[in-house]
Ligand binder design. Structure first.
Ligand code: IMP
Length: 175
């Protein structure tokens, strides 16, 4: 399978993903039984994972979607990230952040910094994939689907330069 200039091979099947989602949902249904969690899914990559996971949640729960927009300010050389779409009041709520993949951990670090001030009762991380060898910042990841090597992956919501999100299975780059 080819996207742009890169070849990809199948890595984790949709069936394996489905089983893993069932396992994680069981834990969440138990851990959050009386907690009325608010799932905050990070766009774009987590949209398919979130949709599949959320349908396995059988306790009262809300879901919403947020996005980190990167842009460069003219006056500084650094990248600035702005959190978009947080419409819920998260004060006193039990928050579960839903990520497709934790790579360096920079995205999550940024989000956790923004949330620290907002008075959530609890904040936990749920990620489908984690690349431990790439993660710089230590973040406590409560629910991890698969720990994977430091290879680029696409499919199941994850893209390579915009393409591949619609693939049902996860693929990894052929080196
Ligand atoms: P981090 O901030 O370095 O942890 O990166 C997180 C984001 O980078 C993810 O939400 C993805 O959008 C993207 N990303 C990291 N690794 C991959 C990959 O292997 N395939 C596709 N997207 C990736």
């Amino acid at each position: 399978m080819q996207i742009h200039d890169q070849k990809f091979e199948i890595f984790i099947s949709s069936e394996q993903i489905r089983k893993k989602i069932n396992e994680i949902a069981l834990r969440i249904n138990r851990d959050y039984a009386d907690a009325n969690p608010l799932f905050l899914s990070i766009l774009n990559g987590a949209f398919i994972f979130t949709a599949d996971l959320f349908r396995e949640i059988i306790i009262p729960a809300e879901v919403s979607f947020i996005k980190l927009k990167s842009y460069r300010r003219m006056e500084t050389s650094g990248k600035v990230k702005e959190l978009l779409g947080l419409e819920h009041n998260i004060f006193n709520r039990n928050i579960v952040i839903v990520e497709d993949i934790v790579d360096t951990g920079k995205t999550l670090n940024h989000i956790l910094d923004e949330f620290a001030e907002l008075g959530a009762k609890s904040i936990e991380i749920l990620t489908l994939l984690h690349k431990p060898d790439a993660t710089i910042n230590h973040i406590n990841l409560k629910y991890v689907g698969f720990e994977i090597p430091n290879d680029f992956v696409v499919g199941y919501g994850l893209d390579y330069d915009g393409y591949g999100r619609n693939l049902k299975d996860l693929y990894k780059v052929v080196n």
